[in-house]
Design a protein around this ligand. Structure first.
Ligand code: DGP
Length: 114
């Protein structure tokens, strides 16, 4: 989508601190980190919100989680614990309309989340 900031990051039109990318997904550091490690994992395909993922996107949705898992393994964060978050719609705090998986690590997290 031409006016989507995360599509522009995926295409390289806008700079981001990219930690991983392949044909399907891009992972980059969040501009406003909420933890020592805060990476966003996005599909290259534009999907506005997680509720709009369809059956045909099953492998892609799984790829987001597997990519996050690889990043936390590379960073040595698995044992300490980490959190994966998908905010859907404004009521849950979504502010960018392109599916993104938050990967948060490097500190302890409370429950329930705010
Ligand atoms: P959410 O609130 O779940 O929609 O998360 C959106 C996140 O995206 C938020 O943590 C800040 C981050 N973000 C917004 N704009 C940019 C940007 O231009 N670059 C990067 N790296 N992160 C961004």
């Amino acid at each position: 989508m031409s006016d989507c900031i995360f599509c522009k990051i995926a295409s390289g039109e806008i700079n981001a601190s990219i930690v991983y990318q392949d044909d399907e997904v891009v992972a980059f550091n969040d501009l406003n980190p909420q933890a020592p490690t805060h990476v966003l994992v996005i599909p290259r395909k534009h999907v506005s919100r997680v509720s709009e993922l369809e059956e045909a996107d099953a492998a892609l949705a799984g790829r987001l989680i597997l990519t996050a898992n690889q990043i936390v393994r590379d960073l040595g964060l698995v044992e300490a614990g980490y959190r994966l978050v998908l905010n859907c719609n404004e009521g849950a705090g979504q502010s960018v309309w392109h599916v993104h998986l938050h990967l948060l690590g490097g500190r302890t997290f409370g429950w329930p989340p705010g």
